[in-house]
Design a protein around this ligand. Structure first.
Ligand code: SF4
Length: 381
């Protein structure tokens, strides 16, 4: 008798998130289909079939889906969420676009703000099973991988800013990622995590190097996705800057998925609600509340600068960028706003980064000369 073909499911890319969702799918017996990592080809495919003024993440996600379908995925899965911005419409728009293109591939949505229940429903639909223990195992390993990957990413940023040989930290990081990718159980993941950090820590660094510290905030997709932010963390690392991503998938999980009783300390959203006042009193969609509060948070910790990245036409982030000038009265920290779209050229963008780094360095020296004014740097990863 012919063996029943396993179904394959693809998600769109956003940084390293594929490591987590592919682990969950494998756990429930579904084959993950990882589309080619987002590239110029993905962008041009997505742009060709998108409304002109739609935001950059939509175009890239659509491009990922087209590449996944052309590569043979049986299902494409979209992470959706309600919201005041366009994200709430992404799902139906992408589904229509794929139908208009003549694709019959099954389309399925994972509603993140339904928390664990939403994930459970998704796994039940995709597998046709109803196995709570299996599904909980899948959710737990996926979430643990998200946390490990974010910790590794933060460590990479620390090492890259101090490495003696350019590119060495990233070489070890790529090997470390493979350990995490290959771990298929919680016990294996514990082992893999240790191996991954040991591997990354092989990087030779200059502990005494004077590095700058920058927080990276903005719309979460652009903050986490290195293709769409033009690998800003790497570029700054090469200039001797340690970057802390203010928005990460793990901080999102703490707010949206992990039940309150399992959380430790204040979450990003809780801090945002506290610190964004008096500049922004309520959620206006996207990540604007977090972004405004991130400026205050970075300033209070004495960080050298903050960079705000947002997609062209993103309404919530246009609002944040309009609030920043009013914040200067109380927050002395240098802020660099960067708007990304498919036209953003590398050379001009690098020039802006170099000028910003130069400004931060001069400011730091000036502050060091008038030592009393300098605030202590508290790094939280
Ligand atoms: S936050 Fe901005 S970029 Fe993201 S979906 Fe909403 S409008 Fe688009």
């Amino acid at each position: 008798m012919a063996k029943k073909k396993k179904i394959t499911v693809a998600f769109p890319h956003m940084g390293n998130i594929y490591i987590a969702w592919s682990a969950a799918l494998k756990k429930v017996g579904v084959t993950p289909f990882i589309p080619p990592y987002t590239s110029k080809k993905t962008l041009s495919l997505g742009t060709k079939h998108s409304p002109e003024a739609i935001c950059l993440p939509y175009k890239l996600i659509l491009g990922n889906f087209i590449e996944a379908i052309e590569g043979g995925a049986d299902y494409v899965a979209m992470i959706s969420s309600p919201g005041i911005c366009r994200l709430g419409e992404y799902g139906s728009c992408i589904k229509n676009a794929l139908t208009d293109l003549g694709y019959n591939t099954k389309y399925i949505e994972l509603t993140l703000y339904d928390g664990i229940q939403g994930m459970y429903r998704f796994l039940r639909e995709i597998t046709g099973k109803n196995d709570p223990i299996l599904f909980m195992r899948a959710i737990i390993i996926a979430m643990r991988k998200v946390f490990v990957m974010d910790d590794l990413d933060a460590r990479l940023s620390y090492l890259r800013a101090r490495e003696k040989v350019s590119g060495e930290a990233e070489k070890h990081f790529n090997k470390a990622v493979q350990y995490i990718m290959d771990a298929n159980s919680n016990r294996a993941l514990d082992k893999a995590k240790k191996l991954a950090f040991d591997e990354l820590n092989k990087t030779q660094i200059d502990e005494n190097k004077e590095v700058l510290h920058v927080d990276l905030t903005g719309e979460i997709y652009i903050v986490c996705d290195d293709f769409s932010n033009q690998n800003i963390v790497r570029e700054l690392g090469k200039m001797g800057v340690e970057v802390r991503r203010s928005l990460t998938v793990s901080s999102f999980l703490k707010d949206a998925i992990i039940p309150k009783i399992f959380r430790k300390g204040e979450t990003h959203l809780q801090r945002a609600n506290r610190m964004a006042k008096p500049y922004l009193l309520r959620d206006i969609g996207g990540d604007s509340l977090e972004c405004v509060s991130d400026v205050v948070y970075a300033d209070q910790r004495g960080i050298d600068g903050i960079i705000h990245v947002s997609p062209f036409t993103c309404m919530p982030e246009i609002m944040s960028q309009n609030i920043f000038p009013a914040m200067r009265e109380n927050c002395d920290i240098p802020i660099l706003p960067l708007i990304m779209d498919e036209q953003t050229g590398k050379a001009g963008y690098l020039t802006r980064l170099e000028a910003f780094v130069d400004l931060m360095r001069r400011r730091k020296r000036k502050l060091a000369m008038g030592k009393n004014d300098e605030k202590p740097v508290e790094l939280i990863n």
